[in-house]
Ligand binder design. Structure first.
Ligand code: BES
Ligand code: MN
Ligand code: MN
Length: 453
């Protein structure tokens, strides 16, 4: 296989290109990095062109851009495949927890460390490199190929509903593979059959028009931090059941088959606690931890801010308190209905003496389930089994990729995750890394996938 020699020969160059890519701080959440997201888009476009991609374009949206390209010369009897990935990354803060600077990637022990190294820059580069290997060594691909890379996945893809609807002609395909996703472990592949959806909101509670002396005014006016704590406490009972009115209304109950499929995947509670460092498992009663992670909805406070955060005591009665919340959703919940349920709940539970503002966030994604036996997943499973020497587990993940259901709606195809991240690679955290052997193996997997289609 000529492509295999090409991959072997060029691997060092690929790693230095990944280093260059990860060096671009394309943090989609931070307005001050918008030009870097654009720069990452241009980097992707030029790298894809160099690989032999055609009609490569950086397409603007109301927010961060998209990169599309294709290679469509395999002939009409061959399938057309769409590959998806994202070139934006999560914020890297707190910087001081990194062993090396997040945007100055460093290789240690066969791992490349940097923000986005695995999620999703390393992963989305893989199909580009596989394409290059096939085109440069054989002059052609066995399939027709389209690429769709976005720059706003990590903020919930706010402009992608419009983009996907308006650009369905650039995205049309018989099969879709997502280069965002993961394998179970370096020696164990998986087919991901479900992702959760997401809805985000922010609650702002205001009292006095500036911070007040808590001795002079405590007892005279309400405290926004306490009011916020009361609102938040009204949303969930201590046992983990969500008490927002209507929250579970659209949840499709788990069937015995669903529960059996989830139970088939090994779960080691001790290892899970060791991995997270948490003292105990916790969550909604009546479900296993794995069920709660993969197939039940959640409501989590992601950020909570009010008052004095510095050393010692400051006797202040804060003027304001804020909470950022996201819910993970499962079939058939919709982010819009959940946001409205939360809004109504917060209005009903707003304490006296403060004003409560409720804002819907930009991150919205529908839950995504891939039917078992889906054509592209079957081929992906065969390729993974060949490469790993083990049959893939059938899993779900608790995370979200909002664009998956948009592609289902407008292209009419369920995406199959074909990606080589691993959960222990500190995605979104300090010291994110990609295993370079998995990076290499992923390139081979994509070549074999293209061949077997
Ligand atoms: N790549 C992740 C999602 C993921 C993780 C899929 C592991 C499969 C396995 C993705 O980049 C992500 O982090 N999504 C965000 C979306 C949100 C910001 C709208 C998430 O899940 O928090
Ligand atoms: Mn990702
Ligand atoms: Mn991510």
């Amino acid at each position: 296989m000529a492509w295999k020699n090409y991959l072997d020969r060029e691997q060092d160059r690929f790693v230095s290109e990944l280093t260059e890519f990860v060096s671009i701080p394309s943090v989609s959440a931070k307005p001050e990095n918008a030009a870097d997201v654009q720069r990452a888009a241009e980097w992707v476009a030029s790298r894809l062109t160099e690989a032999g991609g055609e009609n490569v374009e950086v397409l603007q949206t109301a927010g961060h851009p998209v990169v599309c390209g294709n290679w469509l010369h395999a002939g009409p009897d061959r399938p057309t495949v769409l590959v998806y990935g994202h070139f934006d990354v999560q914020p890297a803060e707190p910087f001081e927890l990194w062993s090396s600077p997040p945007f100055e990637p460093e290789v240690r022990d066969g791992r490349l460390f940097g923000r986005g190294a695995t999620d999703d820059k390393g992963s989305m580069l893989i199909p580009i490199l596989a394409t290059e290997a096939m085109l440069k060594s054989a002059g052609r691909l066995p399939i027709n190929l389209r690429f769709f890379f976005e720059g706003q996945e990590e903020i919930g893809s706010p402009d992608m509903p419009d983009f996907v609807a308006a650009n369905a002609h650039r995205l049309s395909a018989d099969m879709i593979f997502s280069a965002d996703g993961a394998q179970w472990a370096p020696d164990q592949p998986q087919i991901i059959e479900g992702l959760r959806g997401i809805a985000s909101v922010e609650i702002v509670v205001r009292g006095a028009d500036s911070d007040q002396h808590s001795g002079l005014h405590g007892g005279g006016i309400a405290n926004p931090a306490m009011a916020l704590a009361q609102i938040l406490a009204s949303m969930k009972s201590p046992d983990g059941h969500i008490t927002v009115e209507g929250f579970y209304d659209d949840v499709v109950p788990l069937t015995e088959d669903d529960r059996a499929a989830i139970a088939e995947v090994p779960f080691d509670a001790e290892a899970y606690l060791a991995e997270t460092g948490a003292p105990a498992e916790h969550g909604e009663p009546g479900y296993t931890t794995r069920e709660r992670l993969w197939a039940r909805p959640t409501l989590e406070i992601n950020g909570l801010t009010s008052g004095w955060q510095g050393a010692g005591t400051k006797t202040v009665l804060p003027a304001e308190a804020r909470a950022k919340i996201t819910c993970r959703l499962v079939a058939d919940q919709s982010p819009e209905r959940i946001v409205e349920a939360l809004r109504a709940h917060v209005e009903r539970h707003a304490p006296d003496g403060v004003t409560v503002e409720f804002e819907a966030g930009a991150a919205r994604g529908n839950p995504f389930l891939v039917p078992r036996g889906h054509n592209a997943s079957v081929v992906a499973a065969q390729v993974l089994e060949e490469i790993y020497g083990r049959a893939p587990l059938r899993t779900r993940v608790g995370g979200s990729i909002p664009v998956m259901t948009m592609l289902l709606e407008h292209v009419g195809v369920h995406a199959t995750m074909f990606a080589f991240q691993h959960d222990d690679e500190n995605l979104h955290g300090p010291d994110e890394f990609v295993r370079l052997d998995a990076f290499r193996r992923g390139q081979e997997a994509y070549c074999r996938l293209f061949e077997s289609l």
